[in-house]
Design a protein around this ligand. Sequence first.
Ligand code: SF4
Length: 370
Amino acid sequence: MAGIYLHIPFCRKACHYCNFHFSTSLQLKADLLQALYLEIVSRKDELKLDEISTIYLGGGTPSVLTGDELSSILDLIRLHYPVSENAEITLEANPDDLHEDYMNELLAVGINRLSIGIQSFSPTDLAYMNRSHDANQAIVSLQLAKKAGFDSLNADLIYGTPGMTDETFQKNILRMIDAGVDHLSAYALTVEPKTALAHFVKSGTSPAPDDEQTVRQFALLRHILKDAGYDHYEISNWSLPGRHSRHNTSYWQGEPYLGFGPAAHSYDGKTRSWNVANNPKYIVGMNTGMPDREVEVLSEKERYNEYVLTRLRTKWGCSMADLSQDDQTHFLNEVAPFLSKGWVLGKEEVYTLTEAGLDFADHISSELFR
Ligand code: SF4
C-alpha cells in the first residue's frame, strides 16, 4: 500500500489560518514543475517499491495546475514507478477552480478522487477565513463534481470559527451530506504560529476560538454523521462504508511513501526525510543535483511515539501485537488511568479512544509517550 505524495506549493489567496507551505505568486510555477520532474525521475530507485497504490496531489492548491501540467506529472510517475491499475489518485482542489471542462480534464488524466476545500457555506465564515471562493462556488463545485462522475468525493470542513452558531454548522454538515460526498474531513479552527489569524488574535482584532464551542461542534458533527451512516475512522475523517481514503490510511498504518515537491515528507519505515520548504531553494537544489533535503533516522522510541500518536486517532487503535515487550509494558502502565476514566477502551489487546476520550486525544497520546 505504498504511496506517492506531491506538494504543489501555490495558492490563489492566503487563508488566514493556514501554516502550510505555499506561495500566492505563481511566477515560479514553470520552474518549479521542471524541478519536480527532476525529483520524480531522480528518486525512482529510492524505495524499491513493488507497487504504488495511491498518488495524492496536495498543497497548496494543486488545482492551480492545468490539465496538461497534471498529465505531465502523472505520465512521468507512471513511466518510472509501478503504479497499480486501480491506484487511488486524489487531487485537492478549491471550488473556484472547478469548472466543468476542467473536471473532465481531471478525469481524462486519471484523477479518480477529488478533495474539495469547502470549509464552510457561510459567507461570514468564508470572509473570516479569507477563502478564495464564495458560498455559491462551494455549492456548485460539489454539484459539478458529482455530475462529472467523481464518485470518490471528499469535502473539507472547518468548525469552531468565532461567531459560528451550532445552527450554521449543522446546516454546513447537512449540505455536505445532501451533496452526496462519500468522505468528509473536518478540523477545528486552530491558531497556528506566524499566521494572519495568530496576529489578529494577538492584536485583539479577532477573538481566539472558544474551546466549549469547538468541543460542542465536534460532538454535533459526530452525532449527525453517525446518523447519516458515515464511519468515523480517524479523529478528523469520516467515510461511507468502504470509502475511506486509501492514501491517508496508509500513512496511519505506517506504510512507506515518497514525497515530492517543496516541504514534502517521505518515509521508508525507519527513516523520515523532508524537502526544504522554500520554492527557490527547492528549484536550485534539484537543478544542481544537490537537493535541499533533511534526513532523520527514527529511534525505536520515536517510532513507538509516532505509532501511538497516529494509531490512537484511528478506529483501529493501538494493538499490543505491534509493540515490543518493553513498549507493551510501558503502554499498559500509562494507559491504566485512562481506562479507569472511560477515555480509552481495551478489547482483545487493542486500545481505542472512547467517545469521551476523543476530546482529549492529544493529551492521552502525550501521556503514553516514552
Ligand atoms: S488554499 Fe489551502 S493551502 Fe492554500 S492557504 Fe488556503 S488552506 Fe492553506
